[in-house]
Design a binder for this molecule. Structure first.
Ligand code: NAP
Length: 294
């Protein structure tokens, strides 16, 4: 919806019979014949109309910030990824989410109002076909959020079965490599873009009981900083977001107060900020913690 700003000029008082009644149901205007004198009511009505139009213009500007942009969010079927996808869609982007569980993916896409393409990020063929579909349907890509991740907490590394190690390395690290391999060329050929890698505060600390997970996230940060330098010249910004404890299925809840944990929407807010920076600005890393320790 587009509105012109209306600059209020000097108010000319019309003859009482020319005073219009309420003309719009979108703001409250007192009716004629009540206790407000007609001339004053005319001014109230005009100023309310003006302020509503200006407010509407501002809201439309925010909601259309990403109009014309295409975004892919990996792991968008629940948790942080679903919140990020919903936020980008609300800002006008065409959003494509992916995940392995087709049913959950379809439900999430229906809730958000976005596209869903089943894809396992740890499988190159699967990521390659996702990229082909995005190229065919959207002609390229502007925003890639590498969010898909798995975790295994609660046991020391020497008790971790090798298949759990493989799952974490292949999703949290190899999956990001595959997605960048498939999508960065689409951004370069479009003249720029933004890649946001969802890491973790575990990328900054020792995490007893989660050594392999921490290793994938420390690795992801190194990958992100390096790829950022590789792609800067092509106008592609690569940022890394490191959230603390967030209330999702992945996060250990034992002994924690979920009300104090971060919400997916908090991470989505940071991603929205990153992808709406001015062309000159490159916020390369954001660490986000719950205000109070959960
Ligand atoms: N929750 C936290 O406290 C927290 C804190 C810091 C960082 N993070 C990071 O935030 C990201 C999202 O985590 P979350 O908490 O939202 O977890 P979640 O609720 O378990 O969601 C994970 C998402 O990733 C998808 N996924 C997993 N493996 C995949 C694969 N191989 N290919 C495609 N999609 C895959 C899942 O869908 P399918 O299972 O259907 O594939 C799901 O949509 C992860 O990278 C995680 O490490 C989480």
């Amino acid at each position: 919806m587009e509105f012109e700003f209306v600059t209020p000029g000097p108010i000319e008082y019309p003859a009482p019979e020319a005073i219009p009644g309420p003309s719009s149901s979108q703001f409250w205007t007192p009716g004629r014949g009540n206790s407000i004198p007609d001339y004053d009511m005319f001014i109230v009505s005009t100023l309310s109309d003006l302020s509503w139009k200006m407010r509407q213009k501002k809201e439309d500007t925010v909601s259309n910030t990403l109009s014309g942009k295409t975004a892919v969010v990996t792991g968008g079927s629940r948790g942080i990824g679903a919140a990020i996808a919903a936020r980008l869609a609300s800002m006008g982007a065409k959003v494509v989410i992916c995940g392995r569980d087709r049913e959950r993916l379809a439900k999430s896409a229906a809730n958000i109002g976005c596209e869903a393409v089943p894809c396992d990020v740890s499988d190159w063929k699967s990521v390659e076909s996702l990229a082909s579909a995005v190229k065919q349907d959207h002609g390229g890509l502007d925003i890639l959020v590498n969010n898909a991740g798995v975790a295994d907490f609660g046991r020391p590394l020497h008790e971790l079965p090798p298949d759990r190690w493989d799952a974490m390395i292949n999703t949290n690290l190899r999956g990001v490599y595959y997605a960048i391999r498939a999508f960065a060329p689409l951004m370069i050929s479009r003249g720029g873009g933004h890649i946001v890698n969802i890491s973790s505060i575990a990328s900054k600390n020792a995490l007893p009981g989660g050594a392999a997970y921490a290793a994938t996230k420390w690795g992801l940060n190194g990958l992100s900083y390096s790829v950022a330098e590789e792609l800067r010249g092509s106008n592609v910004r690569v940022s890394v977001v490191c959230p603390g404890s967030t209330d999702t299925e992945l996060s250990p809840h034992a002994g924690k107060d979920p009300k104090k944990m971060l919400r997916g929407e908090d991470i989505a807010h940071v991603v929205a900020m990153l992808v709406t920076q001015s062309d000159n600005s490159f916020a390369s890393e954001v660490v986000i913690r719950p205000t109070k320790k959960p």
